[in-house]
Write a protein that binds this ligand. Structure first.
Ligand SMILES: Cc1ncc(COP(=O)(O)O)c(C=O)c1O
Length: 406
């Protein structure tokens, strides 16, 4: 199996074979769960050499574990990177990137709309350590250009923003950043491969909440940081698992290895269902606007066509009309969501089942109404993670939910 020419195989083959080899002890084909805190040495000399890195091997699972290493190799290859650090959560990856790449006196440019906890890291944690942050509209190159300063070290953004579904042209931003000696880190949680490949577009670091599509089964919290060995090594040595303890459990690594084996099939179905549901929602008179990069009405549809390789994913959001049969949009939105039978009301995304949530009262409830309006998050916006059910059934579920507005 180690003879596979991984440079010349497709995504599905990589997802199954990359990083995994039959277990050396018993030949187990599935990578075993090495559920152990520590590893024994035959001699003091062996321990000394393993601790010193003169011979390869494992010492203590906070710093490294065989199940997790298999996962790191697989994720690195799927994203087209040299190295990967697996973390206990997506926020572990966000923190690792920020603390690993930045120091006091540095300046970061951050996309205007990022995940709420990432926003806290930028607005609170980093400021405490003397790192300055400017927010810019990363869909507008000029707005990023004017934000670049002498001490700008990093441009950070999410490939597709949540819940407004704005898409950043990673290649254009990376070109601008590198001309100015600035690094680019992209949170690719919403558009994982085979949708968007940030490193191939020119970004330096890509990170994930593997909790979402990478694991894909809604039963794990995990994250990953991927990039060149040169950039990943200092993050690993100075911050993440060994030092700050962002270590994933071997059991979770095993579950993600298993989930990844079907990633190509899962993503194809998410994309197919996503497009079918987005087109249906666009045809519903109660719906004012659908935000989905696969629709021609999406403002960055042209960028999406090339950057997403025509795989537009399963995430979308939509707004209802301001007034529907005597109800305001917010009341109508609650009524529709409460009436859904197949879709579950839950945050998170990329699960096998369809998930629906109301950002104004859930994920973005800690923002003021004004701040939400500024970020384009309307009070009647609904976010949908279209799952792997039959699209006909998801659409029928929405039809019966909309019928409650009549
Ligand atoms: C875009 C994005 N990045 C990071 C995170 C954090 O990931 P986790 O919940 O795995 O810590 C999330 C969580 O929803 C997210 O949506």
């Amino acid at each position: 199996m180690s003879d596979i020419d991984f440079d010349n195989v497709g995504f599905g083959t990589l997802a199954i074979h990359a990083g995994q080899e039959p277990d050396k002890l018993y030949g187990a084909l599935a990578t075993p769960i090495y559920q152990t805190s520590t590893f024994c040495f035959e001699t003091v000399e062996e321990g000394t050499a393993k601790f010193g890195g003169q011979i390869p091997g494992f010492c203590y699972s906070r710093g490294g574990n065989p199940t997790t290493v298999a996962l790191e190799k697989k994720i690195a290859m799927l994203e087209g990177g040299e190295a990967c650090i697996s973390t206990a959560s997506g926020m572990g990856a966000v923190g690792g990137v920020m603390l690993g790449l930045l120091q006091a006196g540095d300046h970061v440019i951050c996309g205007e709309c990022v995940y709420g906890c990432t926003d806290v890291v930028l607005r609170t944690t980093l400021q405490k350590f003397g790192v300055e942050v400017t927010y810019a509209d990363t869909t507008d190159l000029e707005s990023v250009k004017v934000a670049i300063k002498e001490n700008t070290k990093l441009i950070y953004f999410e490939s597709l923003t949540n819940p407004t579904m704005e898409l950043t042209d990673i290649a254009a931003i990376s070109k601008l950043a590198h001309k100015n000696g600035v690094l680019v880190a992209v949170d690719n949680t919403f558009t994982p491969p085979p949708e968007v490949y940030p490193l191939k577009e020119g970004a330096d670091i890509v990170l994930h909440s593997c909790t979402k599509y990478i694991n894909g089964h809604g039963d794990v919290i995990s994250g990953a940081i991927i990039g060149s060995t040169e950039l990943i090594t200092p993050i690993r040595k100075g911050v993440t698992s060994k030092i700050c303890g962002t270590t994933p459990s071997p059991f979770n690594s095993f579950l993600i290895l298993r989930g990844l084996q079907t990633m190509e099939l899962r993503m194809a179905r998410h994309c197919e269902n996503g497009m079918a549901v987005a087109k249906y929602l666009e045809s519903v008179p109660y719906v004012k606007k659908v935000y989905y990069p696969g629709l021609e009405s999406h403002p960055q549809h042209e960028v999406a066509k090339t950057m997403m390789h025509e795989n537009y994913g399963g995430i979308m959001s939509f707004e209802l009309q301001e007034e529907i049969n005597g109800m305001d949009g917010f009341e109508a939105c609650k009524k529709v969501v409460n009436a859904l039978k197949i879709a579950s009301i839950a945050v998170s995304l990329g699960d096998p089942g369809t998930l629906v949530q109301h950002p104004a009262s859930m994920t973005h409830a800690n923002m003021s109404k004004e701040a939400r309006a500024e970020a384009g998050i309307k009070e009647d916006l609904i976010r949908l993670s279209v799952g792997l059910e039959n699209s006909k059934d998801i659409i029928e579920d929405f039809k019966q939910a909309f019928a409650t507005l009549e």
